[in-house]
Write a protein that binds this ligand. Structure first.
Ligand code: DQA
Length: 147
């Protein structure tokens, strides 16, 4: 059974209250529950971690080695700034899918660049909480095809 690490970056702990017009009304708890249901359906396991600290996310990516087979990540604002998170993903060489609730390409120019996208299998952006569900599905399909 595949085990997937789900990482939620800064400010995502405030989902539900935070700019609901952009990020929707689902809380982080709702998203974690949705991912657990989706994981059961695909017969995989998910472990979720949210942190507002870049180093904690880097440590979690390192610790995934040998424990998880894939990474689903919404790095929040670190998407647009963090060479360290990108390097950690490259270092562990785990298949990674990047997700965003909002469509980052319809927003401010500074959100159009992702340090993670070039080292990810792919990116899903703009479908609200459904981005996570679609991202998990894509990651599981990739892992199953790879065998
Ligand atoms: C986000 C988009 C980022 O630009 C922003 O900083 C976030 C959330 C999203 O899920 O849409 O914190 O990653």
């Amino acid at each position: 059974m595949f085990s997937i690490l789900v990482l939620h970056g800064p400010n995502l702990n405030l989902l539900g209250k935070r700019e609901p017009g952009i990020y929707g009304s689902s809380t982080l708890e709702d998203i974690v529950r949705l991912l657990e249901e989706e994981a059961t359906y695909h017969k995989v396991t998910v472990s979720s971690l949210q942190s507002n600290h870049e180093g904690v996310l880097v440590d979690a990516i390192h610790a995934a080695l040998g424990k998880h087979q894939g990474l689903l990540i919404n790095a929040g604002a670190y998407t647009h700034t963090s060479v360290a998170i990108r390097d950690a993903i490259v270092a562990v060489n785990l298949p990674t899918v990047e997700v965003h609730l909002s469509n980052i390409y319809r927003r401010e120019a500074f959100r159009h660049h992702s340090y993670i996208a070039p080292v990810a299998i792919g990116q899903i952006s703009g479908f609200g909480a459904d981005s996570y569900r679609l991202g998990l599905q894509a990651l599981v399909n990739h892992l199953k095809e790879r065998g």
